[in-house]
Structures are given as structure tokens and as C-alpha cells.
Design a protein around this ligand. Structure first.
Ligand code: SF4
Length: 512
């Protein structure tokens, strides 16, 4: 064997760097189902099915193109359970001249394989070229900057990629960002698009049966798995989104509604993150739809910003800041993650909805993650590591490079404002404005203290008061602290006391 090419479960892209120039006559491809990878956090069973099924389908695709594929199944009796353990066995079996691996998207694995290079000089790590911006490019952009704001990075990416830019180098429509237009709640009765379905074929059914017996203690339902597991299915999902939802994506990207889990979201992040879709292609498609007059500019810009801006930016931050980044805890939070994050058993309807659909589908959209489950964790002072591990475990699209900066930086502000210029903290009023959750909730969003009061309200003010020293100097928090100052002492005290009471109940393991 000339080259042994190891493909990881999130590298299922025929154009991945490790496969460049691969020759079926002399090269061998290795895919490994490693038990350890399903367990280092308790991944949602549907996420494990998604990755293993997509791996098995991709292996078939490669075999049909003439490649020799070594596929190590989870239940192979000789499987050592780890990626490097299985790579060691394959190396002994095949004695390749070179082992090629595209750099893993996770610090934990990159470090492990780098260490292996000491013993295995034939192991070569290839850069992951599936992104608009390499880690080196991001580091050059970041150098010498006091603050790394996504907005400025995004503008640079727009200029470099030419996406939504005029021939004169200006942003189309004259503005870089149309977020102001993208904050509409969903009007009552507004129709939402149908979703395509992806019935489990024989491969997916076999994987489901395997996962059902091996990961019994993991949070989340296995029934109802309905995700694309091949490139063709991912393409079908993407084209459906373009036709049916993209035009209204911008308007309603922050909206939340009872029992409406997908709304106008593309739900392609999982497919993008494992290589079933190409981020450049989807951005070009969106630009083409805008140029053809099929979608408004706020939808096109809002979508492209998610991919070209946020997705690239958080990856840049991850590789720039790891491994220390994962340990950050600016507020010194120590509180344990409440049990109801794993069960959905809470009287807070917004949390029930967000956690319930996560349990059922391994999915919640970005505002549910940021302003409901994330906001609660921030206000309640949950230890960042615990909430980061939760997000990594429960979401179909969560991989460390994208989940960690989003959770630790954006949701928890635990990096001291490196990623976000202010914490995304909000009282129940924000959730009321952007959703219809509150009307059916057992709590009253208009009440601040007392047994019926929405817990987000007192917890919000408790958060603002307990972090006064750290946050009151932040110009973007000025208005909040002026409002606090104007508040009568007695009201401040009542909010503080009620916030304390809620935190004590959380510490006692009570569900709110
Ligand atoms: Fe959530 Fe409060 Fe609204 Fe209930 S009242 S749904 S807890 S924001």
C-alpha cells in the first residue's frame, strides 16, 4: 500500500485534502467507528446514528469508485474502540508508505495524532481546506487587534470572497449587515414550509439497532431519526430550503414558536460539518438566488453571514485560542447544570420547548440555543464546562471547533468578552417578544418576583447586580446599569432576594 488515507467521521467529503490525488490502484482508505468517539461526552443517539450511517454510505460510495476501503465497525470484536488504536492495527496490517489524515477539527484529536507522529514518521497531517479562511489567515487577521469582532472579520471575508459585493468593492445594497430587518416574530397563523423527510434505509436501520444496544445511557430519543446521510440527500434538503424557506429566512431567523422546530431554518449545519455539503457552494447558490430576484437581500445577507461570517469566525477563534480557551471561566461560575437540561422537565415553557425538541430531534435553532437554554445557563451561573459539554453532546451539528466558542464565548461570556462585546443576557421580555411561548406558560412573564413570576426576570437582574464590577464599565451595558440605578432600592432588593431564592432551589436540585 502506497498511501493509507484515514477519513474521520466529519471528513466525508470527496474533495477533502487527504483524498487529493488518491489512486485506487495503490491507495487504501480507512474509516473507523470508534466507541470512544461516541462517549467522550454522551452524544445524542441520533447524532451517533447520523455520523455512522453517513460514514457507511460514504464508504460504499468510495468502494463503488474502485477504492479498497477498510471499514472498522463498532461491533467488530477486534475493534480497540479508539481511532489511534485502530490506526495502529491498520498500519501493522498494511505497512503503508505514508498515512494521510486531514487535520482533525478538534484539539483533542489533533494533539493525539501530532503526538503519534513521533512514532510514526509516515503520518502526514494535511490542512483542512473546506473553509473560506485557514487558521493561519485568521491568525494574521487577529494579530495586533485588541478585540476580535466578528463584524470586521466578516467584512474582510466578504471582500476576499467577493460574495454580495459590487464591482466597485462595496457591499451590495450599500450596507454590510441587514440584521435590523431580521428580528421579526412569527405572526399568528403564518404558514411555515414543509420539510423533506429522509426515511431510514437498510444501512441506517442497522446503525440504529447497533446504537440502541450500545449507548443506552445517552440522553435523547432514537426513534424518528430523519436526517440526510448521503450527499444526494443533503443536496435534496438544501434545494428544498432554497425553494421553500430561504426567502423568509432573514425575516424570521430569530423567531420562536410553540411546536415549530424548523421554521425557516435550513438545518444543514450537521451536513455541512461532516462534509455532505460544501459551504462555498451554498453561499454561491444563495447569492445566485438573490441575483435572480428570487429572494430579498436581507435573507441572502443573513444566510451568508452565518456561513461566511460566524461559522468561519468561531473556527478561527477556536484554533487561535486552544487549548487554554476551554478552561476560561471569567465569572467564576460553579453551579451544576440542572437535571432538567437532560429531561426537559421544567415548568418554564420556553425551556420545555427548546429542550424537548433537542431530546426528540437533536436540534434547536440558534436563538433557542442562545436566548433560551443558553441565556438561562448564563443567568443561573452554570459552570461553563458543564454547559459546553451539554451542547456538544446534544446537538446533531455540534463539533468542538464550532460548539466551544459559541457556547463558552457567545453564550456564557466566559472568555471575558473576547468573542462577544457584551453578554447575551435577557429577561423574559425578550423571549415574549420573539416567541409565543409565554402565553401558555405556568409562569407570568409580566411578574418579577413571587411564585408565579417568570424565573428569567429575577435571574436577569440578579446576574446584572452580581456582575456589576465586571460589566458596568462596558459601554454596551450602560443603559442596563442606568436602568438599575433608577430602580428603587426596595425593588432592587426584592429582585436580588427572589433571584437568590431561585438559585438556592437550583442548588437543591429542584426543577423550576
Ligand atoms: Fe419562558 Fe418566562 Fe415566558 Fe415562561 S414566562 S415561557 S419561563 S420567558
Amino acid at each position: 500500500v502506497r498511501n493509507l488515507i484515514l477519513l474521520l467521521g466529519d471528513q466525508l467529503d470527496p474533495a477533502i485534502s487527504s483524498l487529493a490525488g488518491a489512486d485506487p490502484a495503490s491507495d487504501h482508505i480507512l474509516l473507523i467507528e470508534a466507541d470512544e468517539e461516541g462517549r467522550y461526552v454522551p452524544h445524542h443517539p441520533q447524532k451517533i446514528v447520523f455520523i455512522l450511517s453517513a460514514m457507511r454510505h460514504f464508504a460504499e460510495n468510495l468502494s463503488s469508485r474502485g477504492f479498497s476501503v477498510d471499514y472498522i465497525r463498532l461491533d467488530d470484536p477486534a475493534n480497540t474502540g479508539s481511532l489511534d488504536g485502530e490506526l495502529a492495527r491498520a498500519r501493522a496490517r498494511l505497512a503503508p508508505e505514508r498515512i494521510l489524515l486531514t487535520e482533525p477539527g478538534e484539539w483533542r484529536l489533533l494533539e493525539r495524532f501530532r503526538q503519534r507522529q513521533d512514532d510514526w514518521p509516515e503520518l502526514e497531517l494535511c490542512p483542512d481546506t473546506r473553509f473560506f479562511c485557514s487558521s493561519e489567515r485568521f491568525a494574521r487577521w487577529a494579530e495586533g487587534r485588541k478585540q476580535l469582532r466578528m463584524e470586521y472579520f466578516y467584512r474582510e471575508m466578504r471582500r476576499e470572497s467577493g460574495l454580495l459585493m459590487t464591482a466597485e468593492g462595496q457591499p451590495e445594497g450599500g450596507s454590510w449587515n441587514y440584521d435590523e430587518d431580521n428580528r421579526k416574530p412569527l405572526p399568528t397563523g403564518h404558514a411555515v414550509p414543509d420539510q423533506p423527510h429522509f426515511p431510514a434505509d437498510a444501512i441506517t436501520q442497522a446503525v440504529c439497532a447497533l446504537v440502541a444496544t450500545r449507548f443506552t445511557d445517552h440522553y435523547g430519543a432514537l426513534d424518528g431519526f430523519d436526517y440526510p446521510v448521503t450527499h444526494a440527500e443533503a443536496e435534496q434538503l438544501w434545494q428544498c430550503f432554497r425553494r421553500q424557506a430561504l426567502a423568509q429566512f432573514g425575516d424570521f431567523q430569530d423567531a420562536m414558536a410553540v411546536d415549530q422546530r424548523w421554521l425557516f431554518h435550513a438545518r444543514i449545519a450537521a451536513a455541512l460539518n461532516i462534509g455532505l455539503l460544501d459551504p462555498r457552494r451554498v453561499c454561491l447558490d444563495v447569492q445566485a438566488d438573490w441575483q435572480a430576484g428570487l429572494i430579498p437581500l436581507n435573507a441572502a445577507e443573513g444566510f451568508i453571514r452565518q456561513i461566511l461570517g460566524w461559522r468561519e469566525y468561531v473556527r478561527g477563534i477556536y484554533w487561535l485560542m486552544m487549548p487554554d480557551y476551554a478552561e476560561r471561566n471569567t465569572f467564576g461560575n460553579q453551579r451544576a447544570l440542572p437535571e432538567f437540561y437532560w429531561t426537559g422537565q421544567t415548568r418554564m415553557r420556553c425551556m420545555q420547548q427548546a429542550i424537548g425538541q433537542t431530546l426528540e430531534h437533536a436540534y434547536a435553532h440558534h436563538i433557542q440555543r442562545l436566548m433560551v437554554t443558553g441565556n438561562f445557563a448564563l443567568l443561573a451561573g452554570i459552570e461553563p464546562k458543564q454547559i459546553c459539554d451539554w451542547y456538544l453532546a446534544v446537538y446533531m451539528d455540534a463539533f468542538d471547533w464550532v460548539e466551544l466558542p459559541n457556547t463558552l464565548g457567545m453564550v456564557m461570556h466566559a472568555d471575558g468578552g473576547f468573542l462577544g462585546s457584551k453578554p447575551y443576557c435577557a429577561s423574559g421580555q425578550y423571549i415574549k417578544r420573539m416567541s409565543n411561548y409565554c402565553s401558555g406558560c405556568s409562569y407570568k412573564v409580566g411578574e418579577q418576583t413571587g411564585a408565579r413570576a417568570c424565573p428569567f426576570n429575577a435571574l436577569y437582574w440578579h446576574f446584572i447586580m452580581r456582575h456589576r464590577d465586571q460589566l458596568s464599565g462596558n459601554p454596551r451595558m450602560g443603559l442596563v446599569y442606568r436602568n438599575l440605578q433608577r430602580m428603587p432600592e426596595a425593588k432592587q432588593q426584592a429582585l436580588w432576594d427572589w433571584g437568590e431564592h431561585l438559585l438556592v432551589r437550583l442548588d437543591a436540585g429542584e426543577a423550576l
